[in-house]
Each structure stands twice: as C-alpha cells, then as structure tokens.
Design a protein around this ligand. Structure first.
Ligand code: ADP
Ligand code: MG
Length: 402
C-alpha cells in the first residue's frame, strides 16, 4: 500500500458521498505517514465522524483515516499551565476546629473530584488558608494525572482580556474546557468585570455538565459578593459553601509548628507574645515569626490591649444606642436582644473566633445561644434588606477597626 494522499481521499469522498463531503469541509485534513488525519474541534464529535467514515467508505479505507480531536493535536495552542505551587499540600496544613470542615471537604473533593461537592465554595477572611487548600486540592489532583488550572480571579480576568484582544477567545475557551479541575481564587475580585463573569459562567456550565470539579474561594459568602451577576452567584451557591475560620486553639498549634519549622525554640512566653501580636491570620503569624527571627522578641509588640470581640460588642452597642454591659447582660427586651444577636453574628463573621470563645466573651457557658443567634440573624439578613444593609455597614466599619 502506497498510502493515501489528501487529493485522492477528497476525490474519493466526492464520488461516494456528498454528506460526508459537507462534514469534511469543516474539519482540518492532514496527511502523515501515508494516512489521512482528520481533526474534529470537539472530542464528542470524534466517534460520530469515525462511524460515518466507516459506513460511507468501508472498513478497509476507513483504516487509512485517523480521526483525532483538537486536544490531541494542539501543538498550535499553548498548553494550559497549572498555576500550582508545590509548597501547599494537605500534609503541611494544620487542622483544628475552625478549619476542619473546610479541610475535610477539600480532601473529599480531591478524592472524588466532580461528584458530591461540586462546586465547592470556600470563604473566610484573609490569611486563613483558603489559597493553601485550593492549591492542595490542585496538587493532589495533578498527582492523580488530572488536568488542573488554578487562577486567581484577577489572573483569569487578565487572560480573558488578553485572548479577546488577540482575537483568540475561542482558543481560550477550548483550552479551559478541557480541565478536570478548575480552581478560581479570590472571586470577590470578579466584581464589576462583566466580560470575565460571562466567560466564567459559560465555562462553569460546560465543566459542570461534564462533571469536572470547580472550586472557588472568596473573602465572603457568595450572597455578599458585590457587582457579580445573580446567575453566577446562584451557580456558586449550587454546591457546598463552607466557611473557614481560625480559632485560638488551632492558632496556638500553628504558632508552635511554625516556630519548630523555622528551628526556633518553642517557649511559652514567645508563643504568647506571637498570639497577642497577631490577629486570626496565619499569614500574620508567619510574618510575626519572621520578624522575631530577625529582630528578637523585642521586635514584636502586642497588637492591642482589647480583643477583637470587645471591639465588635462595643461597636454594635454604640450603633444601637445601648451600653456594652447591656449587650453582655440578660435583658430580653427587643432591641437589646437584637443587638446581642447582631453582635454574636458579627463576632463570628469578622473575628474568626470560635463559637465557644464567642459564648465566653458574652459570659455564656455554652455556645448554643450563639448558634441560635447566628442562624436567626442569617435568616433575617436573607429576608430583610434593611437588616442586610445594617450588617454590611457594621461589618465594613469593623473590618477597618480590627
Ligand atoms: P488566604 O488565601 O486565606 O488569604 P493563605 O492560604 O494564603 O490564606 O494562607 C496564608 C499563609 O498561611 C500561607 O503561607 C499558608 O501556607 C499558611 N497557612 C494558612 N493556614 C494554614 C494551616 N492551617 N496550616 C499551615 N499553614 C497555613
Ligand atoms: Mg488567598
């Protein structure tokens, strides 16, 4: 067999079947090692074209024709980089009360991507391990041979803009549609970026349909995202939404481990100093330890005499025109009780303190009241715009203070 030339092949098809010819017009045709290569843009079409050729040309001729999908023949398009750093793993993530659920869902997602928790939306304040968990999921999936892409929302957005400018947006789409795991970090930065939101929405739907895993991280709950289209937000909420916080016990554990990692002695007074000079942020802890290593303990100053929880209670009391003592007291009068609920809710939301710590700061022995209050406020916030407005206002004020 001398192999087949493109011209011979096309003539043959012309003589035998016009419908096949019509389809072939839309495909890339190449000749290599005496065989004909047809490239279909969409992997799902591959089987269809193969069968059609066998049917119309017969088995022996069909054997000379190879149908490939774009993904196996992508020399022209740049390979999608993973955006991952090997530094972040599940093994070096310290687990405690405030981040346990987030950690466990993250592990489950890497074990069974695209199944139970899809999408997985992770939120919490800065420096608390969101990026670490996203990257750990990515690394674990990469090790399993999956195609992974991690992008911060600004990176993703820049790519969208660049590909549009270069007139290659369909290449961009094809590239991203092939991923098994898409991780988008800091989605709050999608705010106001309409074109990026549109691309993400379409990509989201495509991946979701294929059971590819989608993971998102943000500094706030999807419902609190600003200037992001409702349809995208409802997509974000469609799977599992988990908050990550940093409680005191875990924080102490992290301080100890990080001191060890940097070969510093773990003295209790040093641990206490670091605890007091940092907020609920692992990034701050790491910074404090580095400062300590460079400048000795004199370089660290306790951040504040008052705790964050005090600040929340005080701020909410002032807003409602009552005293902090009233908030901490037992009065069930409507306004005081409401202020107390708001304060409990905001303590949880803004400080990253654990439920038990919050309960204690309100002089309560157990944390069921705190849970009830938070639930109640969450519901009120969902239903009532004015409540939502007040809470957003207080939250903004507190984030500046704490
Ligand atoms: P976020 O994305 O929530 O702002 P990061 O994931 O970037 O926070 O975390 C900040 C730093 O703290 C990173 O260096 C990260 O590795 C580290 N870190 C966060 N949480 C933990 C944890 N539970 N155990 C160990 N390191 C952590
Ligand atoms: Mg981050």
């Amino acid at each position: 067999m001398g192999g087949m030339r493109i011209n011979t092949f096309i003539d043959l098809v012309k003589n035998r079947d016009r419908t096949l010819l019509k389809i072939l017009r839309h495909l890339k045709i190449a000749e290599k090692d005496g065989r004909i290569f047809l490239t279909v843009p969409d992997p799902d079409k591959r089987e269809y074209v193969e069968n059609l050729i066998r049917l119309k040309l017969g088995d022996s001729l069909a054997g000379e024709v190879v149908v490939v999908s774009e993904e196996k023949n992508r020399e022209t398009s740049p390979d999608l980089h993973t955006g991952l750093s090997r530094r972040f793993t599940f093994d070096n993530f310290i687990v405690g009360e405030g981040n346990r659920l987030a950690y466990e869902v993250a592990v489950a997602v890497s074990e069974n991507p695209g199944s139970t928790y899809n999408p997985f939306f992770l939120y919490g304040r800065v420096g608390i391990g969101k990026t670490h968990l996203l990257q750990a999921i990515g690394n674990r999936c990469l090790d399993k041979g999956l195609k992974v892409a991690y992008r911060s929302a600004p990176e993703f957005s820049e790519e969208v803009v660049r590909y549009i400018k270069e007139g290659r947006i369909s290449e961009f789409r094809n590239m991203y549609r092939e991923v098994d795991v898409l991780l988008i970090d800091d989605v709050q930065f999608l705010s106001g970026k309409e074109r990026t939101q549109m691309e993400l929405f379409n990509l989201f739907n495509h991946l979701y349909m294929k059971d590819s895993q989608i993971v998102l991280a943000s500094d706030r709950h999807p419902r609190e995202l600003k200037d992001i289209s409702d349809r995208l937000i409802s997509r974000f909420e469609g799977g599992v939404v988990v908050e990550i916080t940093l409680d005191e016990m875990t924080k102490i554990e992290i301080v100890r481990k990080k001191l060890q990692e940097l070969k510093l002695t773990v003295q209790e007074n040093i641990v206490r100093l670091i605890m007091e000079s940092t907020g609920p942020s692992v990034r701050e802890i790491e910074g404090a330890i580095k400062t300590l290593k460079l400048g000795g303990s004199g370089a660290l100053k306790p951040k504040r005499g008052r705790t964050d929880l005090d600040t929340v209670q005080e701020t909410v009391a002032t807003y409602f025109g009552i005293s902090r003592e009233e908030i901490l007291g037992n009065s069930r009068s409507g306004r005081v009780a409401r202020a107390r609920r708001f304060a409990m809710y905001l303590c949880r939301k803004v400080t990253g303190a654990s439920l038990i710590e919050i309960a204690r700061s309100f002089g309560r022995k157990d944390h069921t009241t705190v849970i009830h209050s938070i639930r109640k406020v969450e519901e009120e916030r969902r239903k009532d715009r004015k409540t939502d407005y007040i809470l957003s206002f207080l939250e903004r004020q507190l984030r500046e203070r704490i």
